[in-house]
Ligand binder design. Structure first.
Ligand code: FES
Length: 102
């Protein structure tokens, strides 16, 4: 295993256009399947820490389930609702397993 990469989930366990929460140490991360592409951000909305993994996916963004801010899953930046940014993580898929770099 390369330094910093963690295997977190089987890709087939996340349906397309859905998110799942995964724990890596103290970090709770929201991992999304965008239809074969996987992206990950901290599972805390930059507004009031809403659980982004439970939000509605639209393109490469997610709408927070609490107050509907739209968060880019590529940059972690708020695209609408207000301003703020959540940490994003590099993700790669290998042999059907999702790896996140922390
Ligand atoms: S906590 Fe996400 S929009 Fe308010």
């Amino acid at each position: 295993m390369e330094k910093g990469w963690r295997v977190v989930k089987d890709a087939e366990l996340i349906p397309a256009k859905e998110g799942r929460r995964v724990k890596i140490g103290e970090n709770e991360i929201a991992l999304f399947n965008l239809g074969g592409d996987f992206l990950a951000v901290d599972n805390r909305c930059p507004h009031k820490e809403g659980p982004l993994a439970d939000g509605i996916v639209a393109g490469k963004a997610v709408f927070c389930p609490l107050h509907n801010w739209k968060i880019s899953l590529e940059t972690g930046c708020a695209l609408s609702g207000g301003t703020g940014q959540v940490k994003s993580y590099p993700v790669k898929l290998k042999d059907g397993k999702i790896h996140i770099h922390v």
